[in-house]
Design a protein around this ligand. Structure first.
Ligand SMILES: Nc1ncnc2[nH]cnc12
Ligand SMILES: [Zn+2]
Length: 330
C-alpha cells in the first residue's frame, strides 16, 4: 500500500533477503549451511522468537565490510520507498557484529553511506537507533554505548532487542541513564513475548518514549488505560507476530481492539526479509485480514509520523502529515 507512512520498527539486519545473503557470502568467501535460496527459505519456519533469532544471527556472518552494510541498507530503502515509506527509523545491532570481530566503525560508516543519500536517492528521510542485545550482559551494552560516542551525531537513540523473557528492562537501567545523559532518545522492545510488567518497567525504569511491540499490554487493563492516557506509541509488527507465533492468526490479531481502546498503534515490518513483508505489505495484510477501514489505516499512518523522532524537523513532519491527510485510497 502506497499510503505515506513512517517505519519505526525495522531491524536493518532483518532486511537481508536470501538472494543478497548468497551474493554477500560469495563476495566475502563465507560458506552458508544452505545449498541455495530455496533451501534457505525453507528454514524460515519459526516456532518462536528464539528460533528466528538463531537464523537471524547466523546469516549475519555474510556482513563483513562497509560496502555490505551500505548495500543492505540501500536495498531496504528502495523496497521501503516503493511501499510508501517516507521516513524510516532504523534499528541496528552493533554487538551482533562486534562480537564477530567487526569494528563498530565499519558498521556505522557502512550504514551511513546509504543513509546520507537516502533522501536524495529514495525520497526517504531516516534516523538510526542503536539496539542493545538484552540477552548479553549489561556491561557489554555499556561498553557499546561508550564505543559509539564518536558516532553519536549519526545516532538518534537507543533500543533493546533480542531474547526478551528472562531479561527484564531493569537489567539495563544504568545504560539507559547514561544514554539519556548523552541526549539520546530511548525505546525498547517489551511485551512481545515478555509479560505486561516488562512494558511498565520499560516506561518507569528505562524512560522509553515508545514501546516496540507492546502487544501483551492487552492482558492488563490498567496498563492499557495508562498507555492511552500517556499516549505512548506502540510499534506493532503484525506479520512478525504471526510468524513468531505471538498471535495464532492474523485475523485474530488484537490491533482493531487496541485501536478501539484508544492506543496509539503503528504498523511496522520488524524483519521483513524473514516475516513475509515490508511496511506496505503489513498494511495490506491487516486491511485484508482485519477489515480495517480507510480511516483506521489513515490513523495508523498519522500515528507513525506523530510517534517519529522528527522533533528536529517539524516542517518535514508537517509535510508528511499533510500527505497522509490528502491520500486517496484505491
Ligand atoms: N522481533 C524481534 N524481537 C526481538 N529482537 C529482535 N531482533 C530482531 N528482530 C527482533
Ligand atoms: Zn523488533
Amino acid at each position: 500500500m502506497s499510503l505515506p507512512k513512517a517505519e519505526l520498527h525495522l531491524h536493518i539486519e532483518g532486511t537481508l533477503e536470501p538472494e543478497l545473503a548468497f551474493e554477500l557470502a560469495a563476495r566475502n568467501g563465507v560458506t552458508l549451511p544452505y545449498g541455495d535460496t530455496d533451501e534457505l527459505r525453507e528454514a524460515y519456519r519459526f516456532e518462536d522468537l528464539q528460533s528466528f533469532l538463531n537464523l537471524y544471527y547466523e546469516l549475519m556472518a555474510v556482513l563483513r565490510t562497509e560496502r555490505d552494510f551500505a548495500d543492505l541498507t540501500n536495498a531496504y530503502l528502495a523496497r521501503a520507498a516503493a511501499q510508501g515509506v517516507r521516513h524510516a527509523e532504523i534499528f541496528f545491532d552493533p554487538q551482533a557484529h562486534t562480537k564477530r570481530g567487526l569494528e563498530l566503525g565499519t558498521v556505522v560508516e557502512g550504514l551511513w553511506r546509504a543513509l546520507e543519500r537516502s533522501e536524495a536517492e529514495h525520497g526517504v528521510s531516516t534516523r538510526l537507533i542503536m539496539c542493545f542485545l538484552r540477552d548479553d550482559p549489561a556491561e557489554s551494552a555499556m561498553e557499546t554505548l561508550r564505543a559509539a560516542e564518536p558516532y553519536l551525531d549519526r545516532i538518534v537513540g537507543i533500543g533493546l532487542d533480542s531474547a526478551e523473557v528472562g531479561h527484564p528492562p531493569v537489567k539495563f537501567r544504568e545504560v539507559y541513564e547514561a544514554a539519556a545523559a548523552l541526549g539520546l532518545r530511548r525505546v525498547a522492545h517489551a511485551g512481545e513475548e515478555g509479560p505486561p510488567a516488562y512494558i511498565t518497567e520499560a516506561l518507569d525504569v528505562l524512560g522509553v518514549e515508545r514501546v516496540d511491540h507492546g502487544l501483551r499490554c492487552v492482558e492488563d487493563a490498567d496498563l492499557v488505560e495508562r498507555l492511552v492516557r500517556e499516549r505512548v506509541p506502540l510499534t506493532l509488527c503484525p506479520l512478525s507476530n504471526v510468524r513468531l507465533r505471538t498471535v495464532d492468526t492474523l485475523a485474530g490479531h488484537p490491533l482493531p481492539a487496541m485501536l478501539d481502546a484508544g492506543l496509539m498503534c503503528t504498523v511496522n515490518s520488524d524483519d521483513p526479509a524473514y516475516f513475509g513483508g515490508y511496511a506496505g505489505d503489513n498494511f495490506d495484510a491487516v486491511r485484508e485480514a482485519l477489515g480495517l477501514t480507510d480511516e483506521r489505516l489513515r490513523e495508523l499512518a498519522r500515528n507513525s509520523f506523530l510517534a517519529s523522532f522528527l522533533e528536529d524537523d517539524e516542517e518535514l513532519r508537517a509535510r508528511y502529515l499533510a500527505e497522509v491527510e490528502g491520500y486517496e485510497f484505491t
